[in-house]
Design a protein around this ligand. Structure first.
Ligand code: ATP
Ligand code: MG
Length: 614
């Protein structure tokens, strides 16, 4: 059998089969080894044995003096036959470092990485997926219900020379005197002026103006959220396919402080003992970061990085991923069109804000919308571009750091909004003193059309309790809410994976004084795992809308069915998901329904057909 040398991915497999002399083998190795090779697997018992024993001998006798260990290790290495032979056939000009780099993959974690990284898949875990994010690779491994996200950054594939280059530039940047106001721009300019490979420039950018290894994760389109808990456990992420995954990265104290400094510089806001919370939109990243620290935490800093979607969520997306059904989409479209006041409730991260942004897309285009938020989360810019008339008002966060002049209190913003005239009012999150003003405005009908908002809570009673007892809104004002939509993270049976689902749509009745009367108009069916509409005919809200529109209840029910069919049709047109097409489509639905057009669906099909062509 002849010797065999082949390249598999980034490894070079050498099988001497006993027929090649060691010299021939080495010659082949040197010829085949290039930058893309990471690992050499030698199936030659003799070479492997010698190489291993000799190398280990030197390393076993480690002392406390790293320099001495290094020199000793080097000496041991020089003694090995593999290196001796390689030296004989070395090309002129090659240094011994070149040989070591080519024959042995040094396991060097560059000094500019402070985090701990374990790139091996732990025992008992099985790799289920592997993909690339630019030059870095990601593996997903699982053991039962637990998923691991293993990042192998490009940084670890660098040879000593490249690491030296990168470290040099990073040091230079650290020592340079940049103007803080143009820091990012100036640093980028400096990096780009260097005559080095673009891949190395990206590494420098990550570890100077970026968030280090986190930048790679932020660039992974499949990652939605990244969490770092102050308890010091590994970084966690929320993966769009595998849900919550622990990563192989443990941030060091230095990393955590560096992130804090970067957020402080970018936001111009304090984040220290006296202002232990920071909520900030990171420019250039399209993500929002929330940081908490002592004394609010027991121990250290915690972060949550939330990515914004490139495209805003819409009802079609939710139908597709099972959060709602087409039937429910029809109902929601009807409720928004029928000028209802809707509160979306649910626990943390259950999809409230996402659903709210999808509902804004359902508001008829001719209506004015006022969005009130403390942290810009709703896709106002994208919706405005789609033709929605939106006035965005920024308010002061309740646990606010320093007040900048232009931020209104929630109550002031609300009053301003009401002065701006009849509009759909969208309250990003109802959680503070503004609640009173909001519900009062809703009660007296000052808000005009629809009011939409999200509020934290687990059930409708919980929400009522929060609004009335915690936020001190009179119970009678709470009655002005028509509909409460409850979202939840539902566990998939015994699995740790969960799905975001709308679990109930409840109407708030008006004939009560202290004890609220709620009625579910859609309830989650555990068997089919779907939200199903219950008897709508007696629904208070449907009757109210019927009156408003001068329609019979049956006509309303029919309208909901037709809207559902229209939504089903839209879902089938996969490509058509941008906010402006959805808005145009909804306008078409209303137009056809008001004309009682018999060719409702075929005309909608025509609309979609022409939208596809545009
Ligand atoms: N139906 C869904 N399917 C999959 N992912 C979803 C769904 N709805 C929302 N998400 C994602 O879940 C994350 C949390 O969503 P969102 O911010 O809307 O939740 P929230 O309830 O408003 O959270 P908070 O309580 O922090 O305000 C986001 O990354 C969002 O893109
Ligand atoms: Mg939210």
């Amino acid at each position: 059998m002849k010797g065999l040398i082949k390249q598999e991915r980034d490894s070079l497999i050498i099988n001497s089969g006993g027929s090649l002399s060691n010299k021939e083998l080495l010659k082949n190795v040197i010829e085949h080894v290039d930058e893309s090779i990471n690992k050499i697997v030698i199936f030659s018992e003799f070479l492997r044995k010698e190489y291993k024993t000799k190398l280990l001998k030197g390393l076993k006798e480690l002392t406390t003096n790293p320099i001495q260990d290094y020199l000793q290790g080097k000496k041991e290495l020089e003694k090995t036959r593999i290196i001796k032979e390689a030296k004989k056939i070395m090309k002129p000009g090659m240094s011994s470092t070149d040989i070591y780099n080519k024959l042995l993959t040094p396991k060097i974690t560059p000094r500019f990485i402070n985090s701990q990284l374990k790139t091996r898949i732990p025992k008992g875990y099985k790799k289920v997926k592997e993909y690339k994010v630019k030059e870095s690779s990601i593996s997903i491994a699982n053991k039962g219900n637990q998923f691991l996200y293993i990042l192998k950054p490009f940084e670890l594939k660098l040879y000593y020379e490249s690491i030296k280059k990168v470290s040099g530039v990073i040091k230079e940047l650290e020592e340079a005197d940049f103007n803080i106001s143009d820091l990012r721009k100036d640093v980028l300019k400096k990096i780009n002026s260097k005559k080095i490979d673009n891949k190395l420039k990206n590494v420098i950018k990550r570890h100077s103006i970026g968030f280090g290894l986190l930048d790679i994760i932020f660039n992974d389109k499949r990652v939605q959220d990244v969490y770092f808990y102050s308890s010091g456990s590994n970084l966690h992420i929320n993966h769009s396919i595998y849900g919550d995954c622990e990563t192989n990265i443990k941030l060091s104290g230095k990393d955590v402080e560096n992130i804090a400094t970067k957020i402080r510089v970018a936001s111009g806001r304090p984040f220290d003992d006296s202002f232990p919370v920071i909520d900030y939109e990171l420019e250039g990243y399209d993500l929002r970061v929330c940081g908490v620290r002592e004394p609010l935490t027991f121990n250290g800093i915690g972060y949550a990085f939330r990515k914004h979607r490139q495209k805003p969520w819409n009802l079609s997306d939710f139908i597709e991923n099972g959060m709602i059904t087409t039937e429910i989409a029809g109902l929601l479209n009807f409720l928004v069109d029928g000028q209802c006041s809707i509160l979306i409730t649910g626990p943390r991260g259950s999809g409230k804000t996402s659903l709210l942004s999808a509902l804004i897309n359902e508001v008829p285009l001719n209506q004015r919308i006022i969005v009130i938020e403390d942290t810009p989360e709703l896709p106002v810019k994208k919706l405005s571009k789609a033709g929605f008339k939106i006035q965005h008002l920024r308010i002061k966060a309740p646990l606010k750091e320093r007040t900048t002049g232009y931020e209104l209190s929630a109550e002031e913003a609300l009053r301003t909004a009401l002065r701006l005239g009849e509009s759909v009012l969208v309250m990003g999150e109802v959680r503070g003193e503004e609640a009173k003003a909001l519900f009062e405005a809703m009660r007296v009908g000052a808000t005009g059309n629809v009011v939409l908002g999200t509020i934290h809570g687990s059930t409708v009673y919980d929400t009522f309790d929060r609004v009335v007892n915690d936020l001190k809104v009179p119970a009678t004002s709470f009655k002005s809410t028509d509909i409460i939509i409850s979202c939840a993270n539902l566990r998939r049976g015994e699995s740790l994976l969960s799905d975001r689902r709308v679990v109930s749509i409840t109407e708030v009745h008006k004939n009560w004084t202290n004890k609220p009367v709620f009625k579910e108009i859609a309830r989650f069916d555990n068997q089919s795992k779907k939200l199903k509409i219950t008897k709508l005919k007696e629904s208070y809200v449907i009757n109210k809308i019927a009156e408003l529109k001068g329609m019979s209840v049956n006509q309303c029910l029919n309208s909901i069915k037709l809207r559902a069919k229209a939504k089903e049709l839209l879902v089938k047109h996969l490509g058509l998901r941008n906010p402006s097409i959805i808005a145009g489509y909804n306008t078409k639905i209303s137009e056809l329904l008001s004309q009682k057009d018999k060719k409702f669906l075929s005309k909608l099909r025509e609309f979609l057909y022409s939208a596809t062509k545009e």
